[in-house]
Design a protein around this ligand. Structure first.
Ligand code: NAD
Ligand code: MG
Length: 410
């Protein structure tokens, strides 16, 4: 994702900095969801640092031409499209290149398991879960943008991470910020996490006006240009709810010690409060290439073409509490995390169905949270154990949410 209001003023990497950071063999990298917003930002960095990366596999859902162009450009060994009907098209587009071609969801999982140093998980939705698990099991460092992976199967994913001794580097900007300032050696010194939220494009809208939001208005984010699903999530603030659950799993704090603070400028990306009253924050111009560069370069850093932060020009940073009345998704996510077990799995699945229906013009904006609430209401939740349990709960919740969408349409 790049900043919409980008004025073209980017930092020129200093040659001396580039030289100092140049050492080392290239990292083998797989990019899942290479054609999306995070995928594009990842590729932008790979292009700027060609000697640092050796691209193994790239994947997409449907955009065959774009995927084929990416695979050729970066010299990937393998390109995979998850829609099995697109196999012939992809094979034709890459004929004679020597690049391996495959199609179907299992082929995406197989691509994620290929031995590499780092897998960028940038698929949208719970479709990213199995590929993320496969990457962890292969021992790769998982650069995790796909927050739905942790929302729908957080316990399972963190248990597999521990079992395989793999590393997860959060790419979501808030979690990346916390990762950078959290003292993981002394967790007992951490009091609270504060996730900042821009408030989304509808932050100042009245309750009445929120009844008449169009998909175009919902995806018009003031600070970030992102894929359609996360843009709608930002407009309902479900994105922050998903991030609350994501933070709980990544950092091990209970829901009661994770705060959400609206900060419309998106300069402070999140904060950690320590027992002595110190609050550590990570700040920067809002551009996803910063957290992506952090994850790609870890444990060192690399230059990113991001506008330098000029706080004098920004002038004011403002804050306000989130409004759970106008944005009930926040409360739904907190409650799902309190309930635990498969409640977050249901929340996530119902939200994916509701957001897709809203983007298709089948339901209204308030129906998104209402559909999620209705899907959680009658559901029985159970402890999360295996992937097949999660998949079954996810499918069942989708069916319930589809029925709820149909009822609201009718
Ligand atoms: P996007 O819609 O722009 O791209 C999604 C990518 O996933 C595309 O390459 C698409 O082809 C692929 N894909 C979609 N459905 C798939 C499926 N069923 N199987 C396999 N591949 C599939 O989304 P995005 O904005 O890049 O977001 C990707 C993930 O990163 C999301 O989980 C989002 O919440 C998270 N994230 C995004 C941003 C951002 O700035 N865009 C910021 C933080 C976190
Ligand atoms: Mg985020």
């Amino acid at each position: 994702m790049t900043l919409e209001t980008h004025d073209g003023h980017t930092a020129d990497p200093e040659p001396a900095v580039e030289r100092a950071l140049a050492a080392g063999a290239p990292k083998r990298l797989t990019i899942l969801g290479a054609t999306g917003s995070i995928g594009e930002s990842t590729l932008d960095l790979v292009r700027r640092h060609p000697a640092k990366f050796d691209v193994e596999a790239v994947t997409a859902a449907n955009s065959v031409d774009k995927l084929a162009a990416i695979a050729r450009e970066v010299g990937a060994r393998c390109a995979v499209v998850s829609n099995p009907d697109r196999y012939q098209e992809l094979a034709a587009a890459l004929a004679g290149t020597g690049i391996e071609v495959a199609a179907g969801a299992p082929a995406v999982v197989e691509a994620a398991s290929r031995p590499v140093d780092c897998v960028m998980a940038a698929i949208v939705g719970s479709a990213g879960l199995e590929p993320s698990l496969a990457a962890l099991r292969s021992g790769a460092t998982l650069a995790l943008a796909n927050k739905e992976t942790l929302v729908c199967a957080g316990e399972l994913v963190m248990a597999e991470r521990a079992r395989f001794g793999a590393k997860i580097l959060p790419v979501d900007s808030e979690h990346n910020a916390i990762y950078q300032v959290l003292d993981r050696e002394r967790p007992e010194t951490v009091s609270r996490l504060v996730l900042t939220a821009s408030g989304g494009p509808l932050r100042t809208w009245s309750r009445d006006a929120l009844n008449h939001v169009t998909p175009e208005q919902a995806v018009a984010h003031p600070n970030w240009s992102m894929g359609a699903k996360i843009s709608v999530d930002s407009a309902t603030m479900m994105n922050k709810g998903l991030e609350l659950i994501e933070a709980h799993h990544l950092f091990g704090l209970p829901e009661s010690r994770i705060d959400i603070l609206v900060h419309p400028q998106s300069i402070i990306h999140s904060m950690v409060t320590y027992c002595d009253g110190s609050v550590l924050a990570e700040l920067g111009f809002p551009d996803m290439r910063t957290p992506i560069a952090y994850a790609l370069a870890w444990p060192t850093r690399m230059t990113a073409p991001v506008q330098p932060l000029d706080l004098g020009a920004v002038g004011q940073l403002t804050f306000e509490p989130p409004d759970a009345e106008r944005f009930p998704a926040l409360r739904l996510a907190r409650e799902a995390l309190q309930t635990g077990g498969t409640a977050p799995t249901i929340l996530n699945a119902a939200n994916e169905i509701a957001v897709a229906a809203f983007l298709d013009g089948r339901i209204d904006y308030p129906d998104i949270s209402a559909t999620v609430a209705a899907s959680l209401e009658g559901a029985t939740t159970k402890p999360v154990t295996t992937l097949s349990d999660i998949t079954a709960v996810d499918e069942e919740a989708r069916a319930v949410a589809r029925a709820e969408v149909a009822r609201r349409q009718g």
